[in-house]
Structures are given as C-alpha cells and as structure tokens.
Design a protein around this ligand. Sequence first.
Ligand SMILES: NC(=O)c1ccc[n+]([C@@H]2O[C@H](COP(=O)([O-])OP(=O)(O)OC[C@H]3O[C@@H](n4cnc5c(N)ncnc54)[C@H](O)[C@@H]3O)[C@@H](O)[C@H]2O)c1
Length: 318
Amino acid sequence: MKKVRIVITGGSGFIGSHFIKLLMRSERNNEIFNIDLLTYAGDNRRLQEIERSNLYHFIRCDIREKDKILSVLRDIKPDVIFHFASETHVDNSIARPSDFITTNINGTFNILEFVRSSETKLIHISTDEIYGDRKKGESLFVEDNNYNPSSPYSGSKAAQEMLIKSYIRTYKIKSIIIRPCNNFGPFQHREKFIPKSIISALNNKPIEIYGDGKNKREWIYIDDGCDAIYRIYKKGRIGEIYNIGSGFIVSNNRIAIEILKLTGRPRDLILYVEDRPGHDTMYGVDFSKLRSMGFRPKTSLITGLKLTVEWYQNNSDW
Ligand SMILES: NC(=O)c1ccc[n+]([C@@H]2O[C@H](COP(=O)([O-])OP(=O)(O)OC[C@H]3O[C@@H](n4cnc5c(N)ncnc54)[C@H](O)[C@@H]3O)[C@@H](O)[C@H]2O)c1
C-alpha cells in the first residue's frame, strides 16, 4: 500500500503532538514527518510513546529559514502538510510581538512558497481569535464573519489566513483553513490558563485571573479538538474554512472554580489581577459545518477538566 507522506509543522507542541498520536493510532499507512524548531513551547516528551516507530521522523528546523525549510520539504515530498507551528501565547505577543510576526507570518509564507510549487495539500491551523470580540447578544461567529483581531497573536494568525486565501485564489493551491476554539488537556504548556491554574491550585498558590474573570471562552478537550481536525482532513472541501467549537462557553471564573473544586482547594485562592490590554470579552463559534460531518464533542467540560487535573497531579515534573 502506498504510504501517505504527512508533514506536521509544530508537531512537538501541544495540539500537534496529540494530533500525531491520533494519526498513528488511526491509520497504518501514514509516514509522519514532524518539523519543529523546539522553541520553549516544543517538547518531545509529548511524543515518547511513538518516537521509536519507523513511521515517525523528527526534523529540527526553523520555518523562518527559507532555504532550509524549502529543502527539507522538497526532500520529503509530502502529500499533505498540517501547519501547526506558530508562536501561540497571547501575553507573549503583547510583551514581545516580534517572533509572532517572523514565525507566524514569514514562516507561513515559506510554507506557502513550497506548496505553490508542488501538488501538496495544506491544512492550516488558525484560531477562533481572528474574529475578535463577540459582543453580548451577538450571534456565534460563522466562517464568513469578518476578521477583527485584538492582539498581535490574533493579528498574525489573521495575516496567515490572508496569505493562504491569496495563494488559493492566485496559485490555486489546495488548502483548508481550520479555526479551533481553546483546546485544553494533558501536556499543555504551563503558561496557558488551565494548566497554570491547576498547577497553582495544586501548590496552594493563588489562581490569577485577569480583570473581573467574566470573560468567556469556548473550551474543547484535546481529544475532541484532534478528532475534529481529523474529520476535516478526511471530509472537508478544498478552499473551505471550518470552525471547531464545542458549545462549552464559560467564564474564566467558572473554570477557576471548577479547578478549585476538583483539587479540593478553597475559593479564596482566586486572585484578580490587572486586565490584559485588549482582552476579548467573549468568544464562541458556530460549528454547524463541522457538525454536518458527524462531529460531536465526546468529553464534557467537567470530565475534560477532571482528566486534565488528574494528569497534572500525576505529572508534577511537567
Ligand atoms: N492551543 C489552543 O487552544 C489553540 C486554539 C486555537 C488555535 N491554535 C493554533 O493551533 C496551533 C498549535 O497550537 P499549540 O497550542 O499546540 O501551540 P504550542 O505553542 O504548544 O506549540 C507550537 C509548536 O510550534 C513550534 N514552533 C514555534 N516556532 C517555530 C518555528 N519558527 N519553526 C518551527 N517550529 C516552531 C514550537 O516549538 C512548538 O512545538 C497554533 O497554530 C495555534 O495558533 C491553538
């Protein structure tokens, strides 16, 4: 059987690593090439269980280095690239935007330059944050809503999409854009809200919440997030955009309270701190297109949080 040659950029990161493991479980005819720079956010401990497989290869490479990434991709000749590699933490983008511009925009440009000279399909992982704020009473975001990014992170993600759309139109590249809501689960970097809050609670330290904590986010457990990407890969149409949602849209306060309950810690561990500049008040996507592919989240928010708390309890070195 002919092997499908799959490149995952950013495969040593949180979602990319879970997605690689899902691909390896689902199909035996994939040969997977993980291209990752291993920045502070990349960690190959996430891939320990599969790294000895002869169907998996790791290549350390910076997607910003045009000659190098082009040569690596020309050697691999992938059938499909899943482009996860990005700088991803909003707070870092506010403090130091530069890497968000070079990795997210220039790096994506380099990937596109390869794709337009090949038959390779590009599945791009964007974010629901490109829509910006959803105001109270406003409908859920659909895929043809306008871009309205609030942070240098979401601005750079919107810029990636703009480039991809222009390449679809001009060079007829075969591409799909995916906009997931917030993923959470085991192996997420401790800088992100849920792991940071769990680790603080476990250590009896305050859970810091920006502003009044009423900002709402849509959360999806990582296994469901990866299942959604896989369905879009299998059933999605070239040139289309797909939201990934879960319907679990809750405030940061609610997340913190659930974590405190699950860890048996008191509510007065919550500490409100000065709000982040440009902080979006509410997200929430309409994921009817994805639902029509048979997708339903299998893990409830509370079950997902329980599994995540247990994982961090058992992996205190993470
Ligand atoms: N985590 C979420 O909740 C979420 C939600 C929506 C969208 N997304 C998007 O999904 C993708 C993956 O997110 P994540 O949470 O897994 O990110 P992550 O920060 O955990 O991982 C990013 C990975 O990219 C690698 N990387 C960074 N710069 C690179 C470069 N110049 N060259 C090569 N590799 C580089 C890092 O080493 C790391 O392994 C990102 O594009 C992100 O914007 C994430």
